[in-house]
Ligand binder design. Sequence first.
Ligand code: HEC
Length: 125
Amino acid sequence: MNRTMKSIIFATTLVIAVMAGAVPSVAEDVEKVFKFYCAQCHGESGDGKGINVTEDFPVTPRAFNNAAEMNKLTDADLRNVIHEGGPIASKSEMMPPWGKTLSDEDIDNLVIKLRALCQCKGKQG
Ligand code: HEC
């Protein structure tokens, strides 16, 4: 393998590492994404009491700091319901689908964020 090939491979690896989220700015981004898209219902602290939530909400948004409830779900369950919306998990359509708005990477980062809020690992499997 010549030098040029080696540097191409190195550059490609770097780009993949950055895309995989191995850069510090991602943590900041996920905070922004959460505040912008989730906090109005789920609350900035993840307590399920966002400013949008009124008495005529038929269901209360999940409190992400409720470890007992959050441990009933696997990371794949979380990803799925965020991507597809409440009805995919037999939950309320008050929980919108985000798959067309957010990238898979954003959604993966949100799952990590939700696990930090519940301080739980979730159901394994
Ligand atoms: C318009 C209000 C609203 C917004 C905005 C919203 N949600 Fe929800 N979400 C809900 C409601 C209501 C539920 C509960 C549905 C139910 O229990 O039937 C829910 C449920 C969930 C669940 C499922 C929890 C469980 O126990 O199954 C997850 C995960 C979730 N939301 C993540 C998010 C994320 C991440 C965002 C931001 C990208 C977000 N939600 C934005 C209203 C909202």
